[in-house]
Structure formats: C-alpha cells, structure tokens
Design a binder for this molecule. Structure first.
Ligand code: NAD
Ligand code: DAU
Length: 346
C-alpha cells in the first residue's frame, strides 16, 4: 500500500513501483483532498498490478477492511497535508491527517502484523523541516535534534515520533526518511516553483516572501522516488535516512534562474519575466535555511542524486509548458471530477 499516491511525490513513487516491480500489487490509497489528482497517474491506471482505493487514513475501520482485503505486507506512507502556508491558516487539519492519520495507520498495521512481523515494513516519508532552521553554516544530519517551527513541521515531527515509538515499544518494523524540497512534474501550483512557472506564463506577479533570502535544498522528485525505492528495499529497520540534493539555493536566485529559463522558452526578451518579481509580506515563522547532509544514504545504500538542478529545472519547465491541460484542470478545479468520470462509473 502506498498512501498519498495521487499527490505530487506519491504519484512518482507509485509510477516507479508499478513499472519497476510487475510482481508487486501496488494499492494506492488516497482520500483525494484538493492535493490529490488521479490525472497524475493516467499513464499507469490500467496496469494489471495497480489498484486505487479512495480512503482517509484517519478512518481506521476502512483501513482495517483494506488490510483484510489485500493482506498488505508493506506500507509506504506519504499521505499528508503538506503545505506550510495552509498549516498557518488551519493547523488542526494538519494534526488530524499528519498526526492522527499516521498513528491510526501504525495502529492498524500493528494489529494485522503483530503475530508475524517478519518481512513486513512500515516506511514513513517525512521532511527535513522537522529539524527547524539553520543559520549560515551547518547541515541537518540524522542525529540533529528536532526543532519544528511551523504547524506543518510540528505535525510531521510528531508523526515521526509515533513511528519510532511503535518501533521501540511494539517492535513494528519501520524505516523513516527526511527529505529536502522536491521539484518536478505534477507539482501542485501552490508551491513555489510551479506557482512561479504558471504566473510567469500568465504574466502575473511573482510573490516573493520577505526579501527572498531564505535558502532551500532542492531535489528532483524522481530522485526522491529512487531514494524511497532504495531505502524500502535495502534500508535497515529502525533507522532513519536523510535525503537531499546537495543543492542549496537562495529563493531570489532560484527565481531569477527560472525567469531566465522561461524567457528563453517563451521567446521573451531576457529580463522580461524578472520584471514580474514582487516582494510581499513574509511567511510567519519563515525558516531561514534548510540544508541536508545525505551522506549516510550515499555511503550505506549507495544512492545519490542523478540530475543537476539547472537541467532538472529546465525539464520541469518543459513539462509544464507541454501539459497545459493538467495545469488548467488543476487551477480550474476540473481535476476533481476525474475520479467520478474514471471510477464511479465502473
Ligand atoms: P501533496 O500535498 O502533493 O500530496 C498529499 C497526498 O496525500 C494527496 O494526494 C492527498 O489527497 C493525500 N491525502 C491528504 N490527506 C489524506 C488523508 N487524510 N487520507 C488519505 N490521503 C490523504 O504532498 P507531497 O508534496 O507529494 O508530499 C508527500 C509526502 O512527502 C508528505 O508526507 C510530505 O510531508 C513529504 N515531503 C514532501 C516534500 C516536498 O518537497 N513536497 C519534501 C519532503 C517530504
Ligand atoms: O523542505 C521540505 C518541504 O518543502 C516539504 O516538507 C513541504 O511539504 C514542501 O511544501 C516544502 O516546503 P517549503 O515551505 O519550503 O516550500 P514552498 O514551495 O511553500 O516554499 C519554498 C520557499 O519559497 C519558502 O522559503 C517560501 C518561499 N515562497 C513560497 C511561496 C509559495 C515564496 O517566496 N513565495 C510563495 O508564493
């Protein structure tokens, strides 16, 4: 079972597992919130080893019925409320899904697996934001103390603690990873990079929080999916692994790079897109810098990013420009009718 498989990262993980492991039955469990979009998976929805189940991870009864039905031997858990700005507006939605939802999944998994934990795995996908904010120097390692500062990161930190508590208390076989900022195709346009691409295309202002000096470490989403595959198959139970791009960018520098790429792709004069940059009120509690030390994953399991940022960003822009229908459906809300069209009729 992969939870949150209709979202941005989840859809890449589902696609990778369905295509690479025809011998696995992949059950994508997703509640289809505003962030879940089954159009992300059109290319694999008819694969014989793929099933979609619409369910909420906080609904223990339904999750138990699905465990009965499929006899899952592994869970890769990505379902979450994932947007920091939304967590500032509605923190309790994040407590419900990220904390209660994760604890519910752990509880149901334990109930079904406790007689025989061999060959079972609960893989929890988390974020570098649990570590808090860095100054100019230093990196987050797996032993950095948790210091979450937004309702989103506090809810993810709490979910990580529940995962480790189930490992230590009940012996549930778990593995956990904390990743930096992802970018790539199928990214919901409330997040920085797809929002900018969409606004540049439409000649709308590019809202940059504060002075644009905050720093993020960016990783191509397909490389995150590859890391999840590696950790799922070769990671040590009870361990956590940091995943990152070794690729720090100040927001304002990233915006200028993206503007240059967009000028080129849209045949605009260099500098035209950058004129849209607009500095706006800063995000409350805005973390200054994230930087991941992913050397444990590299040394122990041999994973490293496959793509340079400039190349990955260009590929991402190409995808958005070639998939206007996807972005139109997402911005108009039409994608939410896809489930009815595709599944309710069956
Ligand atoms: P997303 O918001 O794009 O997708 C989340 C998915 O979870 C959606 O399909 C949504 O429908 C589903 N979902 C939400 N609430 C649910 C519920 N109660 N029950 C079932 N399904 C539910 O998120 P994303 O950016 O793909 O992130 C996926 C995971 O990776 C999250 O756990 C996030 O914390 C983590 N993560 C994200 C990033 C990033 O840069 N986006 C980086 C590191 C870690
Ligand atoms: O670090 C991993 C995290 O990365 C994930 O856990 C989160 O799920 C994911 O959303 C992402 O969080 P960020 O807050 O870093 O991503 P976001 O795209 O929202 O913002 C990136 C940076 O850009 C951040 O410094 C805030 C800034 N920003 C964002 C938006 C949406 C702007 O300046 N303007 C904007 O309009």
């Amino acid at each position: 079972m992969i939870t949150g498989g209709a979202g941005f990262i989840g859809s890449h993980v589902v696609r990778l597992f369905v295509n690479k492991y025809p011998e696995y039955l992949v059950v994508n469990l997703d509640a289809l919130t505003y962030a879940g979009n089954l159009e992300n998976l059109r290319d694999i929805e008819s694969a014989p080893n793929y099933v979609f189940e619409k369910a909420d991870i906080t609904d223990q009864k339904t999750i138990s019925q699905l465990f009965e039905k499929y006899e899952f031997d592994a869970v890769i858990h990505l379902a979450a409320e994932s947007h920091v700005d939304r967590s500032i507006i509605d923190p309790l939605a994040f407590v419900k899904t990220n904390v209660l939802g994760t604890a519910s999944l752990l509880n149901v998994s334990l109930g079904f697996w406790k007689k025989n934990m061999n060959d079972k795995l609960f893989y929890h996908v988390s974020t570098d934001e649990v570590y808090g904010s860095l100054g100019e120097k230093g990196f987050f390692t797996e032993t950095t103390a948790y210091d979450p500062r937004s309702p989103y990161s506090a809810s993810k930190a709490s979910s990580d603690h529940f995962v480790m508590a189930y490992y230590h208390t009940y012996g549930l076989p778990v593995v956990l990873s904390n990743c930096s900022n992802n970018y790539g195709s199928h990214h919901f346009p409330e997040k920085l990079i797809p929002l900018l691409i969409n606004n540049i295309k439409k000649n709308k202002p590019l809202p940059i929080y504060g002075k644009g000096e905050n720093i993020r470490d960016w990783l191509w989403v397909n490389d995150h999916a590859r890391a999840i595959d590696t950790i799922f198959h070769t990671g040590k139970k009870g361990e956590k692994y940091n995943i990152g791009g070794f690729n720090e960018w100040k927001n304002i520098d990233l915006v200028h790079l993206l503007c240059r790429i967009m000028d080129k792709k849209l045949g605009r004069k260099e500098g035209d897109s950058a004129k849209l940059i607009t500095f706006v009120k800063d995000r409350a509690g805005h973390d200054m810098r994230y930087a991941i030390d992913a050397s444990k994953l590299n040394k122990e399991l041999g994973w490293k990013p496959s793509l340079q940022f400039e190349e990955g960003l260009e590929k991402t822009v190409d995808w958005y420009l070639a998939n206007e229908e996807w972005i139109d459906h997402v911005t108009s809300g039409n994608y939410q009718h896809y489930y009815d069209q595709q599944y309710e009729k069956r």
